[in-house]
Write a protein that binds this ligand. Structure first.
Ligand SMILES: [Mg+2]
Length: 432
């Protein structure tokens, strides 16, 4: 039932269905209608995501391939192609933007669109939501589920209700009633910590929230707590954010063969990540002076932060810190993952510091960047990297097609159980 034509606020969430697997099925007709699982390279043992046909057979994200094959013997394994997924994601976001310019890229396969101002141009919100759904599908060849409501939280909840190919409208005046019996922890952004706090006060469903004074949540969790109180009642006033914030760090990590103890192999991974961080800083004309280097071991992370004499974008300088970590902290433990991050990167001012240790390598880096820009990443690289692992790039759930996050991160998803857990912690981005 529609009481008013013009909504005071109208928010759409577009969520692509089984995004990576959907792209594989679109690109290869032989895969359509078949159970497909995406892994990290052909040697990957952990399922990053899978098609709906595979889901119907009980296969899910994070499952070991061997177990998945037991449940679904005709499962077809395909290696992840992050560059392809990134290109399709960019096309989708552009298509949404062409319908309505206020787009917040929420993850690689999800976007919020504030369609309130477009009502004058395109008519009722339901019509605009249909336009967005059709645009996303046309741009990608993959179906999507769309949720429309008067706020972000309810729109996201609505999109989740019908998958795949869903279209769910919860008018703002019905949002509160629609959420009443929904467990608070089902809402995007309500983590276990807040969920436990609420449960201890008898708040299990969104409807229970009305009995709890807003001040109690605000005192314990500040503004995020206040937002949760509003969210549960269909009153989430969080705006659709169209700007991508500048990065607090630029980093690369990579999952290694489990329990790697060969120092030469660890050094190659560290050099590889150092060079990637350096190249990415240079691509965005940024420099940094603080660098985090970490190795994950069975006992936890061996990690430290170093400061360079002057801000730098040189992979060799960064690798120097990685060597230092090995020298000072590593005692032969098995390593599972390496991570290197440039902290608080700043725009480079283009001046060459006289004492900049990266000074001498600047012309060399410029040539390397130019060659790699034309012939592909690491076409030209330090000779040691010829022996680097051929594990493919992996797309992170927080990947966004504009600005600094354009680069695909290494090893964060699907590289193992930790990768999957991390993806889950990011807040419901599991369905890629
Ligand atoms: Mg999705």
């Amino acid at each position: 039932m529609q009481r008013s034509r013009f909504w005071k606020r109208a928010i759409v969430l577009v969520d692509m269905n089984a995004f990576f697997a959907g792209i594989e099925q679109r690109d290869d007709p032989a895969l359509r209608g078949r159970p497909v699982a995406i892994t990290n390279g052909l040697t990957g043992t952990c399922i990053i995501t899978c098609s709906y046909e595979a889901r119907a057979a009980g296969v899910h994200t994070g499952m070991r391939l061997r177990e998945a094959l037991e449940r679904c013997p005709d499962l077809i394994q395909r290696p992840s192609r992050p560059e392809r997924y990134a290109a399709v994601s960019t096309a989708i976001m552009q298509a949404l933007h062409d319908v309505c310019p206020d787009v917040e890229i929420f993850s690689v396969d999800e976007a919020f669109v504030d369609v309130t101002p477009c009502q004058k141009l395109h008519g009722p919100p339901e019509r605009i939501a249909r336009l967005l759904k059709d645009a996303a599908t046309a741009a990608s060849g993959v179906t999507c589920s769309v949720g429309l409501s008067g706020d972000k939280t309810t729109a996201k909840y609505a999109a989740k209700l019908h998958k795949p190919d869903g279209f769910t409208v919860i008018p703002p005046w019905e949002a509160r009633a629609a959420l009443r019996d929904v467990p608070v922890t089902e809402l995007c952004g309500v983590n276990r910590g807040i969920g436990d706090f609420l449960a201890a006060r008898g708040v299990i469903t969104c409807g229970d929230m009305a009995r709890l004074p807003i001040g109690e949540l605000a005192r314990r969790f500040g503004n995020p707590g206040r937002r949760v109180w509003l969210m549960c009642q269909g009153l989430d006033n969080e705006p659709v954010r169209t700007e991508v914030p500048p990065p607090k760090s630029i980093g690369h990590g990579k999952v290694m063969p489990p329990d790697t103890r060969d120092p030469q192999v660890i050094r190659i991974y560290l050099l590889h990540m150092s060079e990637k961080v350096g190249a990415r800083l240079r691509r965005h004309a940024m420099v940094a002076q603080q660098f985090f280097v970490g190795l994950s071991t069975r006992e936890g992370w061996l990690a430290d932060t170093w400061r360079s004499a002057v801000p730098t974008d040189d992979g060799r300088v960064i690798y120097g810190f990685a060597r230092q970590l090995l020298r000072d902290y590593w005692r032969g433990q098995g390593v599972f993952q390496v991570q290197i991050r440039a902290l608080d990167p700043q725009p480079a001012d283009g001046q060459l510091g006289l004492f900049d240790p990266g000074h001498a390598s600047r012309p060399c880096n410029a040539v390397m960047d130019a060659v790699n820009g034309r012939y592909g990443e690491f076409a030209l690289a330090p000779a040691t990297l010829l022996r680097r692992s051929d594990m493919p790039n992996v797309i992170a759930p927080s990947w966004k097609p504009f600005g600094h996050r354009e680069t695909i991160l290494y090893g964060f998803v699907g590289g193992g159980v930790e990768g999957t857990r991390r993806a889950r912690r990011h807040g419901g981005h599991g369905d890629i």
